[in-house]
Design a protein around this ligand. Structure first.
Ligand SMILES: Cc1cc2nc3c(=O)[nH]c(=O)nc-3n(C[C@H](O)[C@H](O)[C@H](O)COP(=O)(O)O)c2cc1C
Length: 191
């Protein structure tokens, strides 16, 4: 897959088929995030990979999906939910750049996943205290972002920003996602 195709397809997916992700693919994601860029090479991030179906099921109600959509449309139902998760945590107080590292780690995982056709969602609106208790995460690992993974059960397409200027994502008549992105000349000055 060329890089443009990877970047175009690597969107947020909120409905998934229930096909399992091969454990060796999940291991590859974790080994590539292990060697990701890190401010001062501090490597302050810690990860919890969850593929156990029982734990995966128990995590689902702790996630708040798609703030822009009515709950019944944006929240995956049983049979549409992600099949694995990666919880990205910061150990202790980390360093001032830790959240930049979180972004780099998240994008490394999601792009790597999509190179196998696996969809993802970066999730910040998560009931982290409940989740860390469920997963027995060490007390000094502070959760920052959850990555949901699974094979896409819907489409997601980039669209132009409409005339009214709204950048809210929406569902089309097939319940597929449409995600408006601003044009380059609005967000980048070229010199
Ligand atoms: C840091 C971060 C936190 C996010 N948290 C949530 C979330 O809690 N729930 C959700 O449904 N989507 C969440 N998203 C997904 C965004 O809504 C999504 O990236 C945005 O709508 C653009 O769509 P795209 O990822 O397909 O470009 C989050 C994305 C990022 C980068």
């Amino acid at each position: 897959m060329d890089f443009k195709t990877l970047c175009t397809g690597c969107r947020t997916y909120r409905r998934f088929t229930q096909e399992k992700i091969a454990p060796e693919v999940l291991d590859e994601l974790m080994d590539n995030v292990r060697i990701a860029n890190s401010a001062m090479n501090g490597q302050v991030l810690r990860y919890v990979l969850v593929k156990d179906p029982d734990l995966v099921a128990k995590m689902q109600p702790m996630i708040h999906w798609a703030a822009a959509l009515p709950k019944e449309l944006g929240t995956p139902k049983v049979g549409e939910q992600p099949t694995a998760f990666v919880l990205i945590c910061k150990e202790g107080r980390g360093n001032p750049w830790a959240d930049v590292d979180v972004g780099i780690a998240a994008r490394t995982i999601t792009l790597n996943a999509y190179s196998y056709g696996i969809g993802s969602a970066m999730l910040g609106a998560v009931e982290f205290p409940k989740m860390t208790e469920l997963l027995g995460v060490p007390e000094d690992w502070n959760p920052r972002l959850l990555i949901a993974l699974g094979y896409p059960g819907c489409k997601s397409t980039i669209v132009d920003v409409p005339e009214n200027g709204s950048i809210k994502y929406y569902l089309d008549e097939n319940k597929d996602y449409c995600v408006p992105k601003r044009p380059l000349d609005e967000i980048c000055i070229k010199k």
